[in-house]
Design a protein around this ligand. Structure first.
Ligand code: SAH
Length: 674
C-alpha cells in the first residue's frame, strides 16, 4: 500500500463512512478512484484533505464528502445512464463511472474538458464521454438519464434537465439565489409532469454559468438568462419557533448584565471542580473577555481557585504573573504581547482583569493567584521568528508562511491558500534552518523558565520539551491540522504542571478558544479529522472534576485580521448561518443566557442537541467572504460543553495600540499602567 492508498482508505473511513454516507456503491467507488490523479501535481499532498482544492481558473475539485453525499443522493445503480454537469477535473465523473453503466460529462471550459478527457482515458475509464458545452441544456441526444448530478450552482433547476430525467430518475444539484451559497436539491421524476423535490444540505459551489444558469461573470447578462427567481414561499411575518429553538428557550437561564454582581453566580454549580475551562467563540470579542473575568473573579474570591492559565505564550504570561504578584521584572522581556495577535491580550478588558488580579493578590499575599500561559513553545513568538527569518531569506516563502498560518486552526479552510502554498519549493528548503532557529529560541525560553525562581519546570520536563520540540516546530512550520494535536497535547501538559506546582489542593481556571476547550470528540475535528484538544484531554484526565464552558454569539463586531500578521480590523460578524447552533440559539429571541448542558439537567434538550449542527469558530483571522468553509464546523453542543453562555450581539475588544513612540501612554506601559 502506498501513502496515497493509505490516505484514501483513511479519508473514506473518517470523512465518508463516519459522517454517515451509507451507500455501498459510493463507498466502494471512493475507495478505488485515486483523487491524487485529479488534483494539480503540486497539491497532491492535500489530495485526501477534507476540502475542495483549486484545479485552475476559478474552478475547484469538490470536497470528497460532498461528492459522496451527492452521489449517494442520486442513488446510482449499476447499468444507469448518468449525466454529470461540470466535469472539472473529472473526479466525480470517475466515481460515477465506477458505479453506473455510462456517464456523459459536460464541461463549458474546453481546456478543463480536454485534460479531464485525457486523464479519464489514462486511468482506463472507458464508459465516460466528456463533452464541451453548456450543461444547462443537458444532452438531449443521449437522454433520458437515470441520474443527473451538477457540480455547479444555478439559480434554479434548468427545465431541460428535468425533461431529460427518465421516469424514476434522480437529479441532484446545488440551487440558490446567491452566487456563493446554495442548497443541495434532489428531484425525483415520478411521472410525465410529476416531480418530487426537496433540499437536504447547505453547500457552496462555483456558479453554473449558462443559458439557463447564471450569466458570464463580469460580462453583460446573457440574453436568454432568466432573472434569479424569488424564493418560492414568502416567509411568514412571525415565523413559528422550531422545536429546537423552543427547547433551548425553555432551558435558558437568563443572565443579568455582565457588570452586575449577580452575573457569575451561575458558576457556583461548578465550584467543586478542579479545572473550569472557559471558552470563547472568537479571539476578539469584548463580552467573552468580560464574562470570563467575572466568572474567574467569583471562582477565585469565593471558591478558592488559585491559578489562571490562558491560551498565550508562556514567557509573556510569566511577565503578567510577576506583575500581578508584584515580583521584580526581568530587564528584557518587560513588555509582553507585542507580537501578532496583540489585541488578544493587549485590550482594555484583559487589562482591567490584570488590574483586579494584582489588587486581589495584594490583599491576599498568603494565597496569591498565579497566571500562566499554556504555550511553552510560544506559538506567536515562534511564528514571528519564522516570518522574520523568511522575510530576510525568501520573501515568496514568507508570503506562503503567512497564508499557512492564517489557516492554522483545524476548522479553517481556504482552498485558495492551498493553491498559493504550492507556489514555491523555497518553502520546504527553509525548513531545516527555521527548525534549528526555533530550537535555539526554545533554549533561551527554558533558561528563562529555570531562572524564574519558582522552578516551574524541572530538569526532566525541560529535557522532554526539548526532545519533542523539533517535531512540534516542523509541524508548526507547515501549519494546518498536523500541528494541532501536538499543540493541544502540549497545552494540556503545561496545564498539569501548573496544577501540580500549585499543590494537591490547587484548582485552576483556563481561558482558551472554544475549539481548544470544547470536547473535540463531539465535533467534526475529532470525529472526522482525528484531532484531539485540551477539553477532551481534561475530561479524560479529570472526568467530572473538569467543567467545559463554551460561549457563543449571533452577530455584532469582532477584532480580527484578514491574514496572519495583518493589521487588526473591527469586522462585522455576519448573522449566523441557518442550520447552525447559533441560528437556533438566536431564534429564541433571548439576548443573554446560560444553557446548563450537564446530563440530568435538561435531557430532552441534550437529546435534540446530540445531532451535529454547524458551529462558528472565529480565531485571530476572520474571513467572512469564505465564512462557511473558513469558520463553520459540525459539533454536538451537548457533548462538547457542560454549559454554554450566550450573548446574542457582541462587540469587538478595544485594543491598546503597540506604539514605541508614546512612552507615557497607557498602551506603552501595559500591563503596568493601571
Ligand atoms: N465535478 C468536478 C467539480 C467541478 S467544479 C470535479 O469533480 O472535479 C464545476 C465545474 O462546472 C467547473 O469546471 C465549471 O467550469 C463547470 N461549469 C460551470 N457552468 C457550467 C455549465 N453551464 N456547463 C458545464 N460546465 C459548467
Amino acid at each position: 500500500m502506498d501513502d496515497f492508498d493509505e490516505a484514501r482508505t483513511w479519508m473514506v473511513e473518517r470523512q465518508i463512512v463516519q459522517r454517515g454516507v451509507r451507500d455501498d456503491y459510493v463507498i466502494a467507488a471512493m475507495r478505488r478512484v485515486p483523487r491524487e490523479a485529479f488534483v494539480p501535481a503540486e497539491l497532491r499532498e492535500f489530495a485526501y484533505d477534507d476540502t475542495p482544492l483549486p484545479i485552475g481558473g476559478e474552478q475547484s475539485i469538490s470536497q470528497p464528502y460532498i461528492v459522496a453525499k451527492m452521489l449517494a443522493a442520486a442513488e446510482l445503480q449499476p447499468g444507469d445512464r448518468v449525466l454529470d454537469i461540470g466535469t472539472g477535473s473529472g473526479y466525480a465523473a470517475a466515481l460515477a463511472a465506477e458505479i453506473a453503466g455510462r456517464v456523459d460529462s459536460i464541461e463549458r471550459d474546453a481546456s478543463l474538458a480536454e485534460s479531464a478527457r485525457e486523464r479519464l482515458q489514462r486511468l482506463g475509464y472507458e464508459n465516460v464521454e466528456v463533452h464541451v458545452g453548456d450543461g444547462t441544456a443537458g444532452l438531449a441526444a443521449h437522454a433520458p438519464y437515470n441520474a443527473i448530478i451538477a457540480a455547479a450552482g444555478g439559480p434554479h433547476v434548468p427545465q431541460a434537465l428535468r425533461a431529460q430525467l427518465a421516469l424514476g430518475g434522480r437529479l441532484v444539484m446545488p440551487v440558490g439565489s446567491s452566487l456563493s451559497r446554495q442548497r443541495l436539491v434532489k428531484i425525483v421524476r415520478r411521472g410525465e409532469h410529476d416531480y418530487d423535490e426537496h433540499a437536504f444540505a447547505e453547500v457552496r459551489f462555483v456558479p453554473l454559468v449558462g443559458d439557463d444558469g447564471w450569466p458570464e461573470p463580469g460580462g453583460a447578462p446573457h440574453a436568454q438568462s432568466r432573472p434569479a427567481p424569488t424564493p418560492a414561499a414568502p416567509k411568514p411575518a412571525a415565523p413559528k419557533l422550531a422545536a429546537l429553538e423552543i427547547a433551548i428557550r425553555d432551558a435558558a437561564e437568563p443572565l443579568p448584565d455582565i457588570d452586575s454582581p449577580e452575573f457569575a453566580t451561575f458558576v457556583d454549580r461548578f465550584a467543586g471542580r478542579r479545572v473550569v475551562l472557559l471558552g470563547e467563540a472568537s479571539h476578539g470579542t469584548s463580552e467573552f473577555y468580560r464574562a470570563r473575568a467575572a466568572i474567574t473573579r467569583r471562582l477565585v474570591e469565593r471558591h478558592g481557585f488559585s491559578t489562571v492559565a490562558v491560551e498565550a505564550d508562556w514567557p509573556d504570561a510569566a511577565i503578567i504573573d510577576r506583575h500581578v504578584r508584584d515580583r521584580p521584572m526581568p530587564a528584557e522581556r518587560s513588555r509582553p504581547f507585542r507580537r501578532f495577535p496583540t489585541w488578544m491580550w493587549r485590550n482594555t478588558d484583559f487589562m482591567a482583569f490584570v488590574a483586579w488580579l494584582r489588587s486581589h493578590n495584594a490583599a491576599h499575599r498568603d494565597s496569591e493567584t498565579r497566571f500562566y500561559g499554556l504555550d511553552i513553545y510560544s506559538l506567536s513568538e515562534s511564528i514571528d521568528a519564522v516570518l522574520r527569518y523568511l522575510d530576510s531569506v525568501d520573501p515568496v516563502a514568507a508570503r506562503i508562511a503567512r497564508e499557512r498560518y492564517g489557516c492554522l486552526s483545524p476548522w479553517q479552510k481556504d482552498p485558495a491558500v492551498y493553491g498559493r502554498a504550492a507556489l514555491s519549493g523555497g518553502y520546504a528548503q527553509c525548513e531545516k534552518q527555521v527548525v534549528a532557529q526555533l530550537g535555539d529560541l526554545l533554549k533561551s525560553r527554558l533558561d528563562y523558565a529555570r531562572e524564574d525562581g519558582e522552578r516551574f519546570l524541572d530538569a526532566a520536563q525541560n529535557a522532554r520539551l526539548v526532545a519533542v520540540a523539533e517535531q512540534y516546530y516542523r509541524a508548526m512550520y507547515y501549519g494546518g491540522p498536523q500541528s494541532w494535536n501536538l499543540r493541544d497535547t502540549h497545552m494540556f501538559d503545561t496545564l498539569r504542571h501548573a496544577l501540580d506546582s500549585g499543590g494537591p489542593q490547587a484548582r485552576l481556571v483556563v481561558w482558551a478558544h472554544n475549539s481548544h476547550i470544547g470536547d473535540a470528540s463531539a465535533t467534526q475535528m475529532g470525529r472526522v479529522q482525528d484531532e484531539i484538544n485540551l477539553g477532551q484531554l481534561c475530561r479524560a484526565q479529570f472526568g467530572d472534576a473538569a467543567a467545559l464552558i463554551g460561549f457563543g454569539t449571533h452577530s455584532g463586531t469582532v477584532a480580527a485580521a484578514s491574514d496572519w500578521g495583518g493589521p487588526m480590523e473591527v469586522k462585522t460578524v455576519l448573522p449566523s448561518l441557518e442550520g447552525s447552533v447559533e441560528f437556533s440559539t438566536h431564534g429564541t429571541g433571548l439576548v443573554r443566557f446560560l444553557l446548563d448542558l450537564r446530563p440530568g439537567v435538561h435531557d430532552a434538550l441534550r437529546e435534540r442537541l446530540r445531532a451535529p449542527l454547524l458551529e462558528r469558530f472565529i480565531g485571530v483571522i476572520y474571513r467572512p467572504e469564505t465564512e462557511r468553509y473558513s469558520h463553520y464546523a459540525e459539533a454536538s453542543l451537548a457533548e462538547q460543553f457542560d454549559a454554554y453562555v450566550w450573548f446574542d450581539r457582541t462587540s469587538a475588544v478595544s485594543a491598546l495600540p503597540v506604539c514605541a513612540d508614546q512612552k507615557d501612554s497607557v498602551a506603552e506601559t501595559f500591563p503596568f499602567g493601571v
